[in-house]
Design a protein. Structure first.
Length: 682
């Protein structure tokens, strides 16, 4: 009578072409050069050369300065203004910043820094330094390190560009207990620098502006975006308090943006990252965070990093509090530090499987915040989307690498979990690449099933079975014993690769595992597709001896690591072939082990006559009819269904200890369980 039971896996208890240039006219004696007009076109003379002065270039070509005239560019104006206030805070001169969005579209940024100088500029007679800064490109105090050690402004065009692209801009400066004010419209001053009298408890700069609709059209400030930008600045410098305020009529009912909020984050980027990944499952329990205050004259590095199991990775990087969405050299330094750190730890712990993982594998699910403060940084483009300072890579790598090494060695259990996670990502990548190569080949020729596979004739998955057997001898018997309509047989050559201890590169190149994967048709790892599985039952059928049990363990390890969903969906089974054939007269029974043999002798063979006992050395020695009757016939066989315990971490730990490349763990297991060996049963 057929039986089917369950067995827990490792259970331990058009562009227009340019016209060619015209040849220069030859001079005739000492006469003046002639200007020749052709095709009825007007002559091209010096009068056609236009010189744009002041801020006119900005209004003519705003895209050169802020990347365009869309919503993103509009919000870049706010970034330029608040960056000036942040520079004052980072330099130690400001402790708070106010940001206010008004109902009429005006945006105000106030700080308690030193205030923009208002005294006459020595090179511009009759103009104050304030007016020079607001109306002249490439004017500012950030071209050297005398005023600011580090800053987000580099070219002296930030606030002047904001002024040029604003319908109206008002700036107030509280400096030396005096309050000054000047008003501009479309970049041009409409008042002089006015003195508003004495102020006792105020200092710093107040900038209030409204973007020009002639430039930005219907684009308007979005409170939610401004709110996020403001909050991120507070995370980037823990020594500043930023106060947010927004007109109530601009807020949506029940929205996530409050009317008023105060931002101050003593934890810096660690607080920032914790808020971003709140609710996500971490691979390692802790966030790896740290900071280096100074590095050879530069302002330092701060980072916060975590690996999340349920989301794609991201890196949010900043230089001098300016976001760098396109990354750059500082992100390259971070990637290198994490890669080298994990490889070093893998080498320290003897994990050979880690040899093939790359920086992409490390960063796949890595969520990171990185902030650097660099003296005179180099960016690609005025919008500063990408950092190009070569030294930043070395600074970040050195700062993060040392701390990362300490973090890994201080928590070996968490470090091992992280290393295993990265190795799995590498193995997934190798499998995807291999499957891509197979897919490329199948585009030009029909993909063939493995040559040794004897497939069943039915094309439907329901009721179809595949027997995985060891060796051609067992395969020959199984092929003769099978039901050709529903049963397929795939012989493997001896013991397969142990995927738990093998490097990912070896797993991807192993031909036997490739044949098995191809026969099943469902892919592996992240590319596993249960709906493409060609068989309802995948049955491991090995000899009933120690070697057979080892091969079965290797196959179960492969399925657990490469196709866990196949086990979870109840498709993996172990066949139970007999070890003994017992005959007496015309009576023949089969026993699966010694205990079963003794029980049959005691209960079934009590009559007269000689009892003959034969021991099968392997499936290959069994006649096809014997193999069919005892192991393959669905009506009479016994199958063990492989299941994973409810404690997945315990199962993973057991697989790692029993099948990994650490022999000490297996030796300890043998010592701890030797006394139970005689009681082990199938």
């Amino acid at each position: 009578m057929a039986k089917e039971t369950t067995l827990s896996l490792f259970d331990e208890s058009p562009a227009t072409a340019p016209k060619p240039a015209a040849a220069a006219p030859k001079p005739e004696g000492k006469s003046a050069p002639r200007v020749v007009s052709r095709g009825g076109e007007d002559a091209y003379t010096a009068a056609d050369i236009e010189v744009l002065e002041g801020l006119e270039p900005v209004r003519r070509r705003p895209g050169m300065y802020i990347g365009g005239t869309d919503e993103k560019a509009l919000h870049h104006l706010f970034a330029e203004v608040i960056d000036n206030s942040m520079d004052e805070a980072v330099a130690g001169h400001a402790t708070w910043i106010d940001v206010t969005l008004e109902a009429d579209g005006y945006l105000t940024v106030i700080d308690n820094g030193r205030g923009i100088p208002v005294d006459p500029h020595p090179k511009y007679a009759g103009k104050s330094a304030l007016e020079v800064i607001m109306t002249t490109l490439h004017a500012g105090g950030k071209f050297d390190s005398k005023v600011y050690d580090t800053s987000g402004g580099l070219h002296g065009v930030g606030v002047s560009v904001v002024n040029a692209l604003s319908e109206r801009l008002e700036v107030e400066v509280a400096r030396g207990r005096q309050l000054y004010r000047q008003v501009y419209e479309k970049g041009q001053p409409v008042t002089g620098v006015e003195s508003l009298g004495e102020v006792m408890n105020r200092r710093g700069t107040r900038t209030r502006f409204k973007p020009d609709a002639e430039i930005f059209g219907k684009a308007q400030f979005r409170p939610a975006l401004l709110f996020r930008m403001t909050r991120s600045k507070a995370y980037l410098f823990r020594g500043v308090e930023i106060r947010w305020s927004c007109a109530p009529e601009l807020l949506q009912a029940g929205g996530a943006v409050p009317e008023k909020e105060v931002f101050r984050f003593p934890g810096g980027l660690k607080d920032f990252l914790a808020a971003e990944i709140a609710g996500d499952t971490l691979v390692a329990n802790d966030i790896f965070a740290g900071r280096l205050e100074k590095e050879r004259g530069h302002g330092g590095v701060e980072w916060a990093i975590a690996w999340c199991a349920g989301r794609d990775g991201f890196v949010s990087s900043y230089c001098n509090t300016v976001p760098t969405p396109d990354g750059g050299t500082h992100e390259a330094g971070l990637r290198t530090a994490l890669l080298k750190g994990l490889r070093s730890y893998a080498e320290l712990t003897g994990r050979k499987r880690a040899q093939v993982f790359s920086a992409d594998d490390v960063m796949t699910s890595c969520t990171a915040m990185l902030s650097v403060f660099i003296r005179e940084p180099e960016f690609q483009g005025q919008t500063k989307d990408r950092l190009a300072t070569g030294e930043a890579a070395r600074i970040v790598e050195q700062a993060v690498r040392d701390e990362f090494d300490h973090w890994l060695t201080a928590s070996p259990q968490q470090a091992t979990k992280l290393l295993d996670w990265v190795i799995e990502r590498a193995e997934d990548r190798m499998r995807r690449r291999q499957e891509k190569e197979v897919g490329r080949k199948s585009a030009v020729r029909k993909l063939r099933l493995p040559g040794k596979l004897a497939d069943c004739s039915n094309t439907a998955t329901a009721g179809a079975e595949i027997f995985i057997v060891e060796g051609d001898s067992a395969g020959g018997s199984a092929k003769q014993a099978r039901d050709r309509k529903t049963q397929a047989v795939l012989p493997l050559r001896g013991k397969i690769l142990n995927v738990e201890s093998a490097a990912a590169g070896k797993v991807g190149l192993n031909q036997q595992l490739a044949d098995l994967t191809q026969a099943l048709g469902c892919g592996t790892g992240a590319q596993y597709r249960g709906e493409d599985l060609r068989y309802d039952k995948v049955i491991i059928m090995t000899d009933a001896d120690v070697d057979g049990a080892h091969i079965a363990s290797l196959l179960m390890t492969f399925f657990y690591r490469q196709m866990p969903k196949l086990i979870e969906d109840g498709h993996l089974y172990l066949a139970v072939p007999p070890l003994y054939r017992i005959s007496q007269g015309g009576k023949t029974l089969y026993a699966v082990d010694d205990h079963h043999k003794d029980e049959l002798l005691r209960t079934e063979f009590t009559g007269r006559g000689k009892v003959e006992i034969g021991r099968f050395k392997g499936l290959g020695e069994m006649l096809p009819n014997q193999l069919r009757d005892t192991t393959m016939d669905p009506k009479r066989r016994t199958l063990l269904r492989i299941e994973v315990e409810t404690d997945p971490e315990g199962t993973t730990d057991a697989v790692r200890r029993l099948m990994g490349n650490n022999p000490e763990a297996r030796f300890r297991f043998i010592q701890d369980n030797a006394e139970f060996a005689e009681d082990l049963d199938i």
